[in-house]
Design a protein around this ligand. Structure first.
Ligand code: PLP
Length: 284
């Protein structure tokens, strides 16, 4: 979609902090990136987006309305509507990345912004990578008024996604107890998130704050101001064989130095617990 809308140096609005894949795409296409401040609980700021669209010629906006990577933020329904209103007033398309949509901990699945889209301005993207088959690379986009153009662009670039992979997933979704699998996965992720949060609260310095996402599998950890997780990265790897995702990975300009993202989807084994204790010692 970005390739459809943009010329060299066109402006695009995106979250800060954001998924590094998004930052890489923006860099590769040499777009002018307008960072929109994003709240760890409520997602992209409506006011900041409003200000940005009024002061720049923004050609598209890219965000995650639920279980945002890296914050885990999810927008309240009023914010989803408000974001859509701001963009629709200027006919700006929204690329809604909803790859974690199936991984909700609530009783009902929260709606994407796409559910409120009357004008076909939202391109809703998702995939089976996070909930079923990471290596299969099968995903989709519900592209509204851009559907034909997207179809053409995909045909020109990759022809199509691998057919055997699509058939295998279709077979599983139809006959493989997909819903049971998802229910089990959600329960497991919720319980692992709880355990990971408790362990971080137990070991990390008192001033540490941790998000409490209502789905997905990322925790955003904010440490004391003097900590620089990016600087610790190499030492942790060399001396302790611990790999972390430092905050600076999720923005340009060395922002979020005292932050890190933790993936809570893994079982809290003794090895991971020990790694947390080692990290805590480095952050003290
Ligand atoms: C926010 C976000 N969007 C997109 C992707 C890519 O998904 P896929 O593996 O289906 O290409 C990822 C994968 O890490 C992600 O975290």
């Amino acid at each position: 979609m970005l390739r459809l809308r943009f010329n060299y140096r066109s402006s695009s609005a995106y979250e800060s902090p954001a998924f590094y894949g998004e930052l890489q795409t923006i860099e590769r296409l040499q777009l002018k990136a307008i960072e929109i401040i994003t709240d760890p609980q409520f997602g992209m700021s409506v006011d900041a987006l409003k200000h940005a669209v009024n002061s720049h010629d923004i050609k598209a906006c890219w965000l995650m309305s639920k279980y945002q990577n890296p914050l885990g933020a999810s927008m309240p329904e009023v914010n989803k509507l408000a974001i859509l209103d701001v963009l629709a007033a200027k006919h700006i398309p929204l690329l809604e990345d909803d790859v974690y949509s199936e991984l909700y901990f609530s009783e009902y699945k929260p709606k994407p912004i796409k559910a409120y889209d009357q004008q076909g301005l939202v391109l809703h993207c998702s995939s089976f990578s996070k909930c079923l088959a990471p290596g299969f690379r099968v995903g989709w986009v519900v592209a509204g008024r851009y559907a034909k153009q997207i179809e053409k662009l995909q045909f020109m670039t990759t022809l199509s996604a691998a057919v055997p992979n699509q058939l295998a997933i279709a077979e599983f979704v139809l006959h493989g107890n997909y819903d049971t699998h998802l229910r089990r996965l959600r329960r497991q992720l919720e319980s692992r998130q709880q355990q990971m949060r408790h362990a971080i609260e137990q070991y990390f310095p008192l001033e540490t704050t941790i998000t409490r996402p209502s789905g997905g599998y990322f925790l955003w950890v904010v440490l004391s101001d003097h900590i620089n997780t990016g600087e610790l990265l190499q030492t942790l790897l060399d001396d302790h064989n611990i790999s972390i995702a430092p905050g600076t990975l999720f923005a340009s300009d060395q922002q979020y130095k005292n932050c890190m993202r933790i993936n809570s989807s893994y079982l809290l084994t003794d090895k991971i617990r020990q790694a947390l204790i080692t990290l805590a010692r480095c952050f003290a």
